[in-house]
Design a protein around this ligand. Structure first.
Ligand code: MG
Length: 390
């Protein structure tokens, strides 16, 4: 008999969280959800709580907690918590063995760090954890023996292509990028892109922030920085290739010239299930990759002139210290401004570049230093936006 693996799902109402719960639902008896954490989507969270019966439920603040309690049936025994302390409780206070870190933004860093420090297995989807906090998080993981398993499709592919091989024999890692919906747009066309167009991703269905990041290629830059930490490779050994079909999820090139890849349909349930059940591979009811009829797979170099965000990410990653945290914080503010119509699509990279230029890089060896850099970057980005609007 299989003992159910106890899961904490941080970010349970977002795209990754909902897909994870579908995986849980698909394998009865395999997983037990012990905590669910969301921001403000209390209706969805209440439904999930009724179905999965976790012990701990966390939301962003007291008002959301009150609204959630109103929606829960009287018989439900879950403890409702809120705020930073509540997220910590969801991560390490509910007896989870595996913490799925899928909260959006820097709020996800502290609970994820706590899970690593507690030596738990972390299925990682939150970007800030490694982009901004790579140094302290990986140091803690080594010290505490915590395992970090990537949930992102690209990193999951690399993880799988590295299995059974000597990481010292890697020549480089190739991250594939769909190129987003505007991969063939000219520079003038790019400057006129609307939020509605940007949210219409050709291959993947994801949350709005990451969908915009996919369109600017910032997402790939953030993934390169994450890969640097996850796989302990120099940033310049991590390369990006545009692959519009999103079938090859990434590749590992070895010193003998062999290149190993992982392929699959673009469905997040696949890498999520891999991370949650690792090292086991679960039999899946999802459609198989139609190998004999999938059509041509194409690859080409990314265009850094039209997509400067990718170059900015490499620049920040090479500079190191607090620069990646600043890149990420400024980008988040710029993307939010674009989504509410206050900034053009091409303005996103301009905002990030301006904030990076203004930044005096420091050490990023503690979570506190990382969060301070993140806070500074957001403020600087808002100031840049305000100055432009004036
Ligand atoms: Mg990805």
């Amino acid at each position: 008999m299989v003992v159910a693996r106890r899961l904490a799902i941080l970010g349970c109402t977002g795209s990754i969280g909902q897909n994870a719960l579908e995986v849980v639902r698909a394998y009865p008896g395999r997983f037990q959800v012990v905590s669910l954490a969301a921001a403000r989507s209390v209706k969805k969270l209440a439904q999930q709580a009724i179905e999965f019966k976790p012990q701990v439920l966390t939301v962003i603040d007291q008002a959301a907690a009150a609204a959630l309690k109103d929606l829960l049936p009287p018989g439900l025994a879950a403890r409702v918590t809120h705020g930073p302390q509540g997220y910590l409780e969801a991560a390490v206070g509910a007896g989870a063995q595996v913490v799925l870190s899928a909260m959006v933004g820097s709020a996800g860093l502290l609970p994820t760090f706590a899970a690593v420090q507690a030596g738990l297995t972390v299925a990682l989807a939150n970007k800030e954890t490694l982009v901004a906090g790579g140094e302290p998080v990986m140091a803690a993981a080594r010290a505490k023996g915590a395992v970090i398993l990537p949930v992102d499709s690209e990193h999951s592919a690399i993880f799988q292509a590295l299995m059974g091989n000597d990481p010292g024999r890697v020549r480089c890692l190739w991250l594939t990028a769909s190129g987003g919906p505007f991969r063939d747009y000219s520079a003038p066309e790019l400057s006129r892109v609307t939020p509605a167009q940007a949210l219409n991703h050709p291959n993947w269905s994801m949350g709005p922030k990451i969908t915009v990041d996919s369109a600017t290629l910032m997402n790939k830059g953030l993934e390169a920085i994450e890969a640097r930490w996850l796989f302990d490779q120099p940033l310049d050994n991590i390369k990006v290739v545009i692959h519009p079909q999103s079938v090859v999820h990434s590749l590992v090139e070895y010193v003998d010239g062999s290149v190993l890849a992982q392929l699959g349909l673009p469905d997040m349930r696949l890498p999520i299930a891999f991370a949650l059940a690792y090292p086991e591979r679960l039999a899946s009811a999802l459609p198989a990759l139609p190998v004999t009829s999938m059509g041509p797979l194409t690859f080409r170099e990314p265009d850094l002139e039209r997509f400067p965000a990718l170059g900015l990410a490499y620049q920040a990653g090479r500079a190191g210290g607090t620069c990646p945290a600043v890149l990420n914080g400024a980008n988040e503010v710029a993307v939010a401004a674009f989504l509410r119509g206050a900034l053009s699509f091409t303005g996103i990279a301009q905002c990030v570049a301006a904030v990076l230029e203004r930044h005096q890089a420091g050490a990023a060896d503690s979570v506190a230093a990382v969060l301070e850099a993140d806070r500074w970057a957001r403020e600087a980005a808002r100031a840049w936006l305000a100055a432009r609007a004036a």
